[in-house]
Design a protein around this ligand. Structure first.
Ligand SMILES: Nc1ncnc2c1ncn2[C@@H]1O[C@H](COP(=O)(O)OP(=O)(O)OP(=O)(O)O)[C@@H](O)[C@H]1O
Length: 280
């Protein structure tokens, strides 16, 4: 018998309101450890609100979020990162004047044990820690994401696709148990999208990291995900395997009124690309 999969993240009855607008209304779902799970839904459905609530930027009016069986109530975003939650943003959030390597190094700071005082005096333990950090970054992450040739380049000089890859590298440097990816392929051309899809699959396979992503590219969602959660007007309207969700009449209605969810791929891809390019 197949062992029961364990959930790494549980969203339980979460409600979030902005004034009179209920961005999330009693939202519940779980994310299995080791899975690629996607949250989809039309514009304004509540996807970003879910991400911001999970990562601690928003506090829900009610409900609870449990990570590795621990409630996150009252746990601030930096502590959530230290517990093993890393995220990328819809609009790239890197330091554009800094090099690729320095941006990636920032990701590891949430795990450094050396306090500010010993770092100031640069003790032997601080030096050892920095050396271990440097090696881990250089030998694993940079190599893995094929960004060795640009490690010294300022982020601002890179193509959009490479910047997104550096953002992924920085998130990986946080040694996460779960990676929250907010529209990882928005604004990318086909080749960049295929590269990112490959990296996401490899992050899960080689690093054992669970992935939770919000993405408008339906082709990518359906190809990569083990599990898909569909939001509409702040509520979960479907939750299941990609094929089940795609065939769900309520999902089809939410997106189109009628028709095929897959047909939306091009439409949403174009909209997401235009949005991301203008924001970069
Ligand atoms: N900071 C905010 N202040 C007020 N209302 C907000 C805020 N953030 C989101 N909302 C509202 O909450 C609802 C859900 O928005 P959210 O951004 O989570 O949706 P989304 O599914 O991520 O949309 P998109 O696909 O366009 O990014 C929308 O009605 C939105 O207008």
């Amino acid at each position: 018998m197949k062992p029961m999969a364990q959930s790494i993240l549980e969203v339980r009855g979460v409600t979030l309101a902005f004034g009179g607008v209920k961005a999330l209304n009693d939202v519940s779902f779980s994310v299995e450890e080791g899975s690629i799970t996607s949250v989809i839904g039309p514009n304004g459905a509540g996807k970003t609100s879910v991400f911001n609530t999970i990562s601690g930027f928003y506090t829900p009016a009610s409900g609870d979020i449990r990570f590795c069986e621990q409630s996150l109530a009252g746990v601030k975003p930096p502590r959530r990162a230290a517990l093993g939650m890393a995220r990328s943003f819809q609009n790239i959030a890197l330091f554009r004047g800094m090099s690729v390597l320095d941006n990636i190094k920032l990701g590891r700071h949430c795990h450094l044990k050396t306090g500010p005082l010993s770092a100031l005096f640069y003790t032997r333990s601080a030096r050892r820690e920095e050396e271990a950090l440097r090696q881990e970054i250089e030998e694993r992450i940079i190599d893995f994401l094929e960004i060795d040739h640009i490690r010294k380049a300022p982020v601002a000089s890179l193509s959009y696709g490479l910047q997104k890859r550096v953002e992924l590298a920085r998130a990986l440097a946080m040694k996460p148990k779960i990676l929250l990816l907010d529209e990882p392929v928005a604004g990318m051309n086909r080749e960049e999208t295929e590269d990112m899809a490959r990296f996401i699959l490899e992050v899960r396979r080689e690093w054992g990291v669970t992935i939770l992503m919000v993405e408008h590219d339906m082709g990518m969602v359906m190809d990569l995900s083990d599990h898909v959660i569909v939001l509409n007007f702040g509520q979960v309207i479907a939750d299941g395997k990609p094929a089940e969700v795609q065939a769900n009449p309520e999902v089809i209605k939410a997106y189109l009124g009628s028709g095929d969810v897959m047909a939306l791929r091009a439409r949403y891809k174009d909209a997401a690309m235009a949005r991301a390019r203008s924001a970069a």
